[in-house]
Ligand binder design. Structure first.
Ligand code: ZN
Length: 109
């Protein structure tokens, strides 16, 4: 386990400005189920809303980078983190979506 840190996401979307802090290894980490729930609640806590947390200005330049698909992992991502996200996605699909959709949080570049 490397140095622990706090990664902050911030930006503006359909619902206005958002900001949240997540604690984990400084190099980046896959959010726990409860962290992932908090992530989605931060972007859009409204049941029935179809915005998906998007629209608006998007993330701030210094925001941590939230990767929500193994297909979108950046080239400079540490391979162990890319594998952790792929494993979390397999777990998610095996659970019949009874968990939160997995998110990999990487430090801002
Ligand atoms: Zn919404």
């Amino acid at each position: 386990m490397g140095k622990r840190s706090e990664l902050q996401i911030s930006g503006g979307n359909f619902h206005g400005p958002y900001r949240a802090t997540f604690r984990g290894p400084a190099a980046g980490f896959v959010l726990s189920d409860s962290q992932a729930r908090r992530y989605w609640d931060t972007l859009c806590g409204l049941s029935g809303c179809t915005c998906g947390g998007g629209y608006g200005d998007g993330p701030d330049p210094d925001s941590a980078n939230a990767i929500t698909s193994a297909d979108e992992v950046p080239a400079n991502c540490p391979p162990d983190l890319a594998r952790a996200l792929a494993a979390a996605e397999r777990e998610y699909h095996a659970s019949n979506a009874r968990r939160e959709f997995p998110i990999l949080l990487l430090p801002s570049r």
